[in-house]
Design a protein around this ligand. Structure first.
Ligand code: DC
Length: 222
């Protein structure tokens, strides 16, 4: 069974997807990690992010390996584990340039489908999973939350991490990212193809319970 979870930054989808996969005892695929790994390789090799041909060439030739467990996606580039390095702020900032290139997206979509074919069942999380990559997935979910709530959550995380940012900066950053990202899942929401879960007033435990119930109900229908 394939479960897709898409939605904006700060909606809680990474944690929810990971925990749902663990409960269902299936693999978890963090597709953002694939875009991040390419961005990290560009930074480390001095490839100009404004040169689409160079970024595409690097992406196609990259020795990128993913280990998808029920509680993690570990990422290796050239045999080295970069799972932590891809979370650095510089990589978060560089990744949208990489994710905006159609050839890179096409290549990673193919890789994501290959991973799913090998695993059989998985919970996969990103922006385009239910709309583009797995339009025939048995369960397609979009997690949403108000901009204010998402900004608050992300701000708390960054502050706990010792990063020097204001709530207003975080809110502006999310608002900018929403403009780029929302086009991927908006069709799913507008067509009613996905189940939308608004997490604004929910705890993480409630979100996971809801999603698990949804998946188990869908399994019984089959
Ligand atoms: O979910 P994340 O923050 O790790 O995503 C990193 C970047 O990759 C972000 O700019 C959105 C982009 N992304 C994407 O375009 N498509 C996906 N399926 C996953 C992530």
């Amino acid at each position: 069974m394939i479960v897709t979870i898409d939605g904006p930054a700060g909606s809680g989808k990474s944690t929810a997807a990971r925990k749902l996969a663990a409960r269902l005892e299936v693999a978890y695929l963090d597709t953002g990690a694939m875009y991040r790994a390419i961005a990290l390789a560009c930074l480390r090799r001095g490839v100009d992010l404004n040169d689409p041909r160079a970024v595409e060439a690097l992406a196609m030739g990259l020795d990128l390996d993913l280990d998808c467990g029920p509680t993690h996606t570990r990422v290796r580039v050239d045999g080295h584990d970069v799972s932590e390095a891809i979370r650095e702020m510089s990589v978060s900032e560089a990744t949208p340039s990489v994710a905006g290139l159609p050839a890179v997206r096409e290549y990673l979509v193919k890789r994501q489908r290959q991973i799913a074919a090998g695993l059989g069942s998985l919970v996969t999380e990103g922006r385009d999973q239910g709309s583009v990559v797995f339009p025939h997935a048995q369960v397609r979910i979009v997690l949403e939350a108000s901009l204010e709530k998402r900004a608050e959550r992300r701000y708390q995380e960054l502050a706990a991490d010792g990063q020097d940012v204001t709530l207003a900066q975080v809110r502006d950053n999310l608002r900018r990212r929403d403009r780029d990202d929302a086009r991927h899942w908006t069709p799913l929401v507008e067509s009613g193809a996905a189940t939308v879960v608004d997490t604004t007033e929910m705890t993480l435990a409630q979100v996971i319970d809801d999603l698990e119930r949804l998946v188990r109900a869908r399994r019984q229908e089959r």
